[in-house]
Structure formats: C-alpha cells, structure tokens
Design a protein around this ligand. Structure first.
Ligand code: GLA
Length: 376
C-alpha cells in the first residue's frame, strides 16, 4: 500500500511526501462499555490506512481518496467543512488539532486503506489516527501525547461526524502493539498490554458484508439509554453499578433502558472474567463469555442482526470455542475463537451455510495483532 500511495501522491502533487499509517482494530470482549466508563479489550490489526502528506504553503488542504478516486479541497476554518463525508474526518482532525494549539497549515495528501468498510473494524478511527499522528509530527513537534491523539479522533467523530463514540477504537489504533491486546479502563484510562498468542487456537473474523443502516442514529440512542439509567442511579457511568441496583430502579426506567443497562452491567463482569481466564490459559471460559456477549448484544442491547445471529449459531453448532458480533453492531462481522483443528471445517461450513441462506459468502480475515500509529 505504501508504494501505491506514494506513487499516486507523486503523480498528483509531486515529490517530498512523508508517509504515515494507522491500523483498524479488533476487540476480544467489552463492547459498548467504553462510553460507560468500563473496560475494553482491543488490539490493533494488520489492516489500516496509509497516507502520504506534505505541507503545500497555502491555507487549503487538498486530499485525494485513492480507493474512491475522489479529490476534495477545503480550508482550515470551522466554516470550511467539506461536503464529502470521507473528507470530514480529515477536516475534523485538522480542527481538533488546532483546538489543541497545533498551528496546522495547508497540506496535500493521498490516502488508501484496506480495513474493510462497515465490518466493525474501525476504518474511520484508522483514518483519524493517521492524520492526528501525522499533523502532530508535521506541525506540533510531536508534543501532543498519544492519549490526546486518540481523543482528537474521538472528538472528530463527536463534533464533525455525528457519532457519540467512546474512546476504544482510536485508543487501539494509536496504542496498538504487535502480538498484544490491551485492556483499557475507560474511566481511569489506565491500560495494560496483554501478550496474546493462544496456543492451539486462532482468532478469525467472518464478515457478513451486511450493513444495516437503521433509521436515525441507533448508536447514539444506545448511549442515551445508558446515560438515562446512570442518571436515575445517581452515577456518572453505568460502570460499577450492580444488577441489584438496577433492579431497584426497574420501575423508574423503561423496559428498553432496563435491558440496555442489563447488558452493559453483564459485559463489565465478562471482560474481567475473560482477563482472569486468559491469565490461566482457560480459553473455554473466554469462549463462553464471548457467546454470552453475543446474545446479550442481540437480545438486550439489540445491535445484532439476523445474519450475525446466524453466524454465531453456526459457530456454536460447529463446536467453535467462542463467537460473537464485534464492534458497534448493526452488521459487520463476528469474531471467533477457534481451535486449530476445527478451523478449516468451520470456515468451510460457515461459508457454505451462509451462502445457501443469504446468497453470498462471508469474507474471512485471520486476525494478526499489529502495531499502532506510526511513520512508515
Ligand atoms: C464503536 C465505537 C466504540 C465502541 C464500539 C462498541 O466501534 O466507536 O467507541 O463503543 O462501537 O464497543
């Protein structure tokens, strides 16, 4: 990808670009917990965004999206927001860096990516992190720390893209480390690297290639449910609340909000269980919790869909250790913890049965845990 992007940059804008990259992410467990102040357990992957970038001495950004074959040009002020949604990510990062005192000037850039879109692997966080990292290097003397770079990406989503996301995706993209998952406490922002190389098992993603655009903004609605319940409980976050506390306020909240909160409180426990289980090499428990997360996300949080429920069911029927929908939901992929000996038969069976039912095969991505944002 690097060569391809560098070549395109030279073709359009000339020589002298600097190159940067940031990855997408997986998440072993801990879904919709980040904005609830809870734990997440992501890792960066070997798929991401690569960008070539060079200051152009003007007050304009000229950006070329290689994969779309589209170019955008926009200024650096708040009123200069571009029309193309992909360009809003770059624009948002520019604005958020400026808000943090970085004197960003005009630049030319080309980018390309291989994070599958709509798969729940955070292609947008990869894009944000790439530019946050690059602008920090080019205009900020590298002075902004990595957590703040992750917050730049998150604030871009909030302020320029309309998604009230948590910090997980941008954190994972910036901090990723080869061979390691990261357990992040989204309340204290403390985190630990966990070496992850389960002997005898593989992590594999099955991408349903469906993206259900639900009416309105379901992600933000889920977050709002959690905030309503926290307010009734008199807490800043759902993190730390118990099922007993939730049951005690059951008649003061809607049934829907009750189920949303029930999922989140259960998920907090599951992440901690998984960490403990990993420390003793107990992958059976890891897998069980993954299935529990899947059905919690499907029945209580209602962010799954028929196709992903089908994939998780096929996994269970094939004897796969753990399987669940990954990421924000409403389509995308399942993450599967599979014994080496089952891998081939499971993939073949899942492809066949999914194809029979939905008319296309899921895409298969083996998970390779890789490094975070960097200059290349
Ligand atoms: C999306 C958001 C994250 C997180 C996940 C669900 O990926 O960007 O902040 O909330 O959904 O875990």
């Amino acid at each position: 990808m690097k060569e391809k992007v560098a070549k395109k940059f030279a073709e359009i804008f000339g020589e002298g670009a600097q190159m940067f990259a940031s990855p997408g992410r997986i998440n072993l467990i801990g879904e919709h917990t980040d904005y609830n102040g809870g734990f997440v357990f992501p890792g960066a992957v070997d798929k991401g965004i690569v960008a070539a970038i060079r200051p152009n001495g003007t007050d304009k950004v000229r950006a070329y999206a290689f994969d779309l074959g589209e170019q955008a040009e926009f200024g650096l002020r708040e009123e200069d927001k571009p029309a193309q949604s992909w360009a809003c990510y770059i624009f948002g990062v520019v604005r958020e860096m400026q808000k943090r005192g970085v004197a960003v000037e005009g630049f030319d850039t080309v980018f390309s990516g291989d994070v599958p879109l709509g798969a729940g692997m955070s292609s947008s966080a990869a894009l944000e992190s790439t530019y946050a990292f690059a602008l920090n290097e080019l205009y900020g003397g590298g002075a902004i720390d990595k957590f703040e770079l992750a917050r730049v990406g998150q604030a871009t989503e909030h302020n320029y893209c309309g998604v009230n996301c948590g910090i997980m995706d941008q954190f994972a993209s910036v901090f990723g480390k080869k061979g390691h998952l990261m357990r992040l406490d989204c309340r204290s922002m403390e985190f630990e690297y966990f070496p992850f190389d389960p002997e005898g098992y593989k992590l594999v993603l099955l991408d349903s290639r469906v993206k259900h655009e639900l009416v309105g903004s379901p992600y933000n609605d889920r977050r709002a449910s959690c905030e309503r319940v926290s307010a009734v409980l008199g807490q800043e976050f759902l993190r730390g609340a118990t099922m007993e506390q939730l049951d005690a306020v059951k008649d003061r909240i809607s049934d829907e909000d009750y189920r949303r909160a029930r999922y989140v409180i259960g998920e907090e426990r599951r992440v901690l269980d998984v960490c403990e289980a990993l420390e003793r090499g107990d992958y059976e428990t890891v897998g069980k919790r993954m299935y529990e997360t899947h059905w919690g996300m499907s029945k209580d949080y209602e962010v799954s869909c028929e196709e992903l429920d089908f994939l998780a069911t096929v996994a269970e029927e094939c004897g796969v250790t753990g399987s669940r929908i990954m990421g924000g939901g409403f389509g995308g992929c399942t993450i599967n913890l599979v014994k080496d000996s089952l891998y081939d038969s499971f993939i073949a069976e899942a492809k066949k049965r999914f194809n029979e039912k939905y008319g296309h095969e899921p895409m298969v991505y083996d998970v390779v845990i890789s490094d975070g944002s960097r200059r290349i």
